[in-house]
Design a protein around this ligand. Structure first.
Ligand code: MN3
Length: 245
């Protein structure tokens, strides 16, 4: 991978806010390039916590597969698909938006969007998370969604109501209103003009090793024990989550 000094400095600077001990390799999930400086490959961002940090709710074994195998496979495939094409120097977000409405680019969209979705999802979780949000976000959930309990019930219903693979989301729509949505497979809010605030992966690979077929227990555990509300609040406040090479 070719890396210029300038892009390394940007990566290092962008990583400071969310990663406690940034290193060269930990920076890709949080830096803010909109266009790549050169034809760098996309890389698998490290988890923002140790792989056993969310146990016993989500085990290190699950992360070995979900992050180390599934997420990594999307990154590897994405790099294969963009190599030598017009997308080689585009940011991940640019690739997603350019391929979202183009059926001939479905494979590119699926792998790019899944790279974004998983990078975002890891940050939606933290050790000793969950429970209720506070401050301005809590007030907005009260006014737009009827309060935390209604939010939690509706988010869980979206997660359970997604037939087959997909994602449940808390989003901010174009008018600034909060909404709960669900998407199938790799689909994601930015393809619909919405800003993602929180997600839960409901592909079976997200929960099968720890919860087997009990998706309701997995989603409830995420809500009760794992949601990183500080990250959600930062997204609500307009901090742009960017994934780049
Ligand atoms: Mn997944």
């Amino acid at each position: 991978m070719e890396m210029t000094r300038r892009s390394f400095l940007k990566l290092a600077a962008g990583s400071a806010a969310l990663v406690a001990a940034p290193s060269f390799a930990t920076s890709s999930a949080t830096q803010h390039l909109t266009t790549k400086d050169s034809a760098m490959s996309f890389t698998l961002p490290p988890l923002p916590y140790a792989k056993d940090a969310l146990a016993p709710h989500i085990s290190a074994n699950t992360f070995d597969f979900h992050h180390g195998k599934h997420h990594n496979a999307y990154v590897v495939k994405l790099n294969e698909l963009v190599a030598g094409t017009e997308f080689e120097k585009k940011s991940l977000e640019e690739i997603i938006l350019a391929s979202a409405k183009d059926a001939s680019k479905a494979a590119l969209f699926n792998n790019a969007a899944q790279h974004w979705n998983h990078s975002f999802f890891w940050h939606c979780l933290k050790p000793n998370g969950g429970g209720k949000p506070t401050g301005e976000l809590a007030a907005k959930i009260e006014s737009d969604l009827g309060g935390y309990d209604k939010f939690a019930a509706d988010f869980k219903a979206a997660a359970l109501g997604q037939f087959g693979s997909g994602w449940a989301w808390l989003v901010k729509d174009a008018s600034g209103k909060l909404k709960i949505t669900k998407t199938a497979n790799a689909d994601l809010p930015m393809a619909h003009g919405e800003t993602a605030l929180l997600t839960c992966d409901v592909w079976e690979h997200a929960y099968y090793l720890d919860f087997q077929n009990r998706r309701p227990d997995f989603v409830q555990t995420v809500l009760d024990k794992l949601v990183n509300w500080e990250f959600v609040a930062a997204n609500y406040a307009g901090e742009q989550f960017k994934v780049a090479a």
